[in-house]
Design a protein around this ligand. Structure first.
Ligand code: CDP
Length: 229
């Protein structure tokens, strides 16, 4: 069995990260959440007043700040989960809020932001044994990944899952806001110029609309074992 790179891509809230985490655990691989990196840069921009009232004031302001943005992942042994850190502060929870979700696709369009984060992602994958999820992992970050999965689920199911997830975390959001956010991000992510969200030609489609988490994992692990051999 050789260590490989497993790339998972797909639309917002399609279950990529749940599956990627479970696969990494099962295979004893490292899980890398590339979306958390874009979210952390967005949070930094919001905190520093670089985005306001639904708009990026000036992409150049964010580009100028890129060298001051340091993202890392640390394993929390009490929760058994990896957490996202921005310049030494734990931002794992705050980057998942709907406020950050409302800006993230705008920030993700910026070429220089993508270049910095893609380089970091490639570094994290250089020793293989990695499961990474995102929008452009199989197309841009690791075009040679041994296994590429395109994760999908129908729109209503995706929105309902994300809504439930946010409510469970204690956030007061409406179903309509979640619906609108998912729709808008999907559009922006698929239509941007720089490495848009797209299925790699050689990606295998995994539709989890009517599968349980365990069933989805079972299918994915079977594909991973085949790719490893
Ligand atoms: O969890 P969810 O699928 O809703 O989103 P995420 O994976 O946390 O990603 C948040 C946002 O980051 C996406 O909507 C994209 O705009 C951006 N992103 C990206 O551009 N490229 C990636 N490889 C990962 C995320």
């Amino acid at each position: 069995m050789k260590d490989i790179i497993i790339a998972l891509d797909g639309h917002s809230a399609c279950g990529k990260s749940t599956l990627a985490k479970a696969m990494a655990k099962e295979l004893k691989y490292i899980y890398v959440d590339s979306g958390a990196m874009y979210r952390a840069v967005t949070y930094y921009a919001m905190k520093h007043g670089l985005v306001k009232s639904g708009e990026i004031i000036d992409p150049k302001l964010i580009i100028d700040q890129l060298s001051n943005i340091n993202i890392s992942f640390n394993y929390n042994s009490s929760t058994g989960k990896s957490e996202t850190f921005l310049n030494g502060s734990n931002v794992e929870e705050i980057i998942r809020t709907i406020e950050v979700s409302q800006f993230v696709s705008e920030v993700s369009k910026i070429k220089e932001v993508r270049e910095k984060l893609v380089e970091f992602q490639q570094q994290l994958g250089k020793n293989k044994g990695v499961v990474m999820d995102g929008r452009d992992i199989g197309t841009t970050v690791f075009p040679d990944a041994k296994l590429k999965l395109w994760i999908t689920a129908n729109n209503e199911i995706r929105v309902a899952r994300r809504y439930k997830e946010l409510l469970e975390k204690g956030y007061k959001v409406s179903l309509e806001d979640v619906q609108e956010n998912v729709k808008q991000r999907d559009y922006e992510d698929s239509h941007r110029k720089e490495s848009p969200l797209a299925k790699a030609e050689d990606a295998i489609v995994l539709d989890n609309s009517f599968l349980t988490k365990t069933e989805t994992l079972k299918k994915a692990i079977k594909l991973a074992k085949e790719a490893q051999s």
